[in-house]
Design a protein around this ligand. Structure first.
Ligand SMILES: [Zn+2]
Ligand SMILES: [Zn+2]
Length: 189
């Protein structure tokens, strides 16, 4: 009532000098002004907050996406590596790898025999007849089953050279191509 009376007076006599009520009307105007400022400020603040929140959400989303993407990428890479490893292992097992089929066939073609001390023993051996298997670095004991590579006459434990020939097609000592005992040329790798 009080304010509306002054408001009425204020709005309907805008240019009529300065009525004594004007000084009392000022608090009303100030309140209105304060309210407007407060409203503007809160709208402004809420916009800032909104932008901040939106920014944080957006940044979080982008970060999450980046992290997810990199994790996916790493997983794919790991899977691809695992697949490649498995394929390599399968190839090696099937004999398709470097020295693969040929080497397995070759190692089967090289006769195995029980080692007995004799002159010019073989890999690392000398005229006194001892021999060392360079794959396991152990001395070849009399009676152990060995294979002698036909090309270079190097001597190894049968299990050592068979393991070696699963992934190689050359002699571990002299790198000579391992060929079948019957002198067949090594099939193309
Ligand atoms: Zn050995
Ligand atoms: Zn050799």
């Amino acid at each position: 009532m009080f304010f509306s009376g002054f408001s009425y007076q204020h709005h309907h006599q805008p240019g009529s000098g300065s009525p004594p009520g004007d000084a009392a009307a000022d608090p009303y105007d100030d309140g209105d002004h304060n309210l407007t400022v407060l409203l503007t400020f809160s709208i402004f603040l809420s916009f800032i907050l909104l932008y901040l929140v939106a920014g944080i959400v957006w940044a979080s989303a982008v970060t999450a996406c980046a992290v997810a993407l990199s994790i996916c990428y790493l997983k794919v890479q790991r899977r691809r590596r695992a697949v490649l490893r498995r394929e390599a292992a399968l190839r090696a097992a099937a004999g398709g790898g470097p020295g693969g089929v040929a080497a397995v066939a070759v190692s089967a073609a090289i006769p195995a025999f029980a080692y007995k001390r004799e002159g010019a023993g073989g890999g690392g051996g000398d005229a006194t007849g001892w021999a060392q298997c360079v794959i396991c670095l152990g001395l070849v004991q009399v009676g152990e089953v060995v294979r002698r590579l036909p090309a270079c006459k190097h001597l190894f434990h049968v299990e050592c050279i068979d393991m070696w020939l699963r992934s190689h097609s050359t002699c571990p000592i002299c790198r000579a191509a391992v060929e079948p005992a019957d002198g067949q040329p090594e099939p193309p790798v």
